[in-house]
Design a protein around this ligand. Structure first.
Ligand SMILES: Cc1ncc(C[n+]2csc(CCOP(=O)(O)OP(=O)(O)O)c2C)c(N)n1
Ligand code: SF4
Ligand SMILES: [Mg+2]
Length: 351
């Protein structure tokens, strides 16, 4: 906790977005994380993505669990709704809020400890149900907040700061999300803002379960030689499958690339993803191929980043449950208690 308030003054010439807001309007409190922590860069990327999309901050609900990563919603979007829940419980709190009010944009922020251990079941069920959300795992391979124990995403053979070798198999959250039916799956690196910001923007516009695994080095406990989640290791082993340009509205596509290496994917809401393809004939709409590609590269010690899979026409939880289109709080008593005749009609339809 910090009591240092950010100064309110900012330069009058700061660039403004379509709503007239500056970058500062999307920030939160001063971060109390360790200087250099990857999580702060992810916070910066979320701020940039929301600024660039000109999102009204009050339309966002940011929900997290427990951990250094789960503290970060305090450091962005101070004008948004927020709920810092219990360790591993972000997905169920988010699902409940989403069911009650589908008009908000849901940002779920979690850690690898929060999502791959205590919250593993919660993570799995929110993804398989197709909750319309952006689920971000700030993945450092350790429990940062409780002083650096290996998490379930730590690679077998990687070393702790004290030199202990991890002998357990690791969980690849991207593979899990693909297997569970996520309709938008990406991996990025906190040190690559140019890659991360458009991925977050595209995930926000995606109308289904969007999962982003962000490798986010813990400078206090997991940034040494022998760690596979350190800045140096990820930079050296990063295998980017594409670079994403995210385009909303009628803006022209101006990707500088050889024809044939750009793939345009139109999403349900009319936004377009322009992918500068880096890895041969990699097709982001082929779930099975994506899983094989990840396995092959993981075996070579490479970290695959970029937009890994997208289903441009997702079916979300509300569509599956056939819920009413408006937030539940806007329903009147008459809507909620339509009377004996309506009840009789429902009962007879079930006989
Ligand atoms: C029910 C419960 N069990 C254990 C803890 C202790 N605890 C707090 S944070 C944490 C792990 C955090 O790791 P991660 O989610 O990876 O976040 P990071 O700090 O690495 O960003 C644990 C085990 C807790 N707060 N609540
Ligand atoms: S302990 Fe690690 S994860 Fe936590 S703030 Fe420090 S560097 Fe970040
Ligand atoms: Mg962690």
């Amino acid at each position: 906790m910090t009591y240092i308030a950010k100064p309110k003054f900012h330069h009058p010439a700061l660039p403004k977005n379509a709503l007239g807001y500056t970058h500062r309007d999307y920030e939160g409190k001063v971060s109390t994380l360790c200087a250099g922590c990857g999580h702060d860069s992810i916070t910066g990327a979320i701020v940039s993505a929301c600024f660039e999309l000109a999102i009204e901050p009050h339309r966002v609900a940011k929900i997290s669990g427990i951990g250094c990563s789960s503290k970060t919603p305090d450091y962005f979007l101070s004008q948004s709704h927020g709920f810092n829940s219990v360790h591993g419980r972000m997905p169920s709190v988010l699902t409940g809020a989403n069911i009650a009010n589908r008009a908000l944009i849901y940002l779920g922020v979690s850690g690898d400890g929060d999502s791959a251990s205590i919250g593993f079941g919660q993570f799995a069920h929110s993804i398989r149900r197709g909750v319309n959300m952006v689920y971000i795992v700030e993945n450092n391979g350790v429990y940062g907040l409780t002083k650096g124990q290996f998490s379930a995403t730590a690679d077998a053979g990687s070393k702790s700061k004290r030199g202990v070798v991890n002998t357990d198999s690791s969980i690849d959250m991207v593979q899990m999300a693909l297997q569970l039916g996520a309709t938008f799956v990406a991996r990025s690196f906190s040190g690559d803002k140019a890659q991360l910001v458009p991925i977050i923007k595209a995930a926000i516009e995606h109308e289904g379960a969007a999962f982003i695994d962000v490798i986010s080095p813990c400078v206090a406990f997991n940034n040494h030689a022998g760690s596979t989640k350190s800045f140096d290791h990820v930079r050296e082993h990063n295998e980017a499958v594409n670079r994403l340009d995210f385009i909303t509205g009628q803006a022209p596509i101006t990707v500088e690339q050889e024809p044939g290496t750009v793939q345009i994917v139109e999403q349900h809401d009319g936004s377009r993803l322009a992918l500068r393809k880096l890895a041969g004939d990699y097709d982001i709409r082929d779930r099975m191929a994506a899983m094989n590609f990840l396995q092959e590269h993981a075996a070579k010690g490479q970290v695959v980043t970029g937009l890994i899979f997208v289903d441009p026409d997702p079916i979300d939880l509300h569509e599956r449950l056939n819920t009413v289109p408006q937030p539940l709080r806007s329903l009147s008593e008459k809507d909620l208690c339509p009377g004996a005749a309506a009840l009789e009609a429902i009962n007879s339809s079930l006989r």
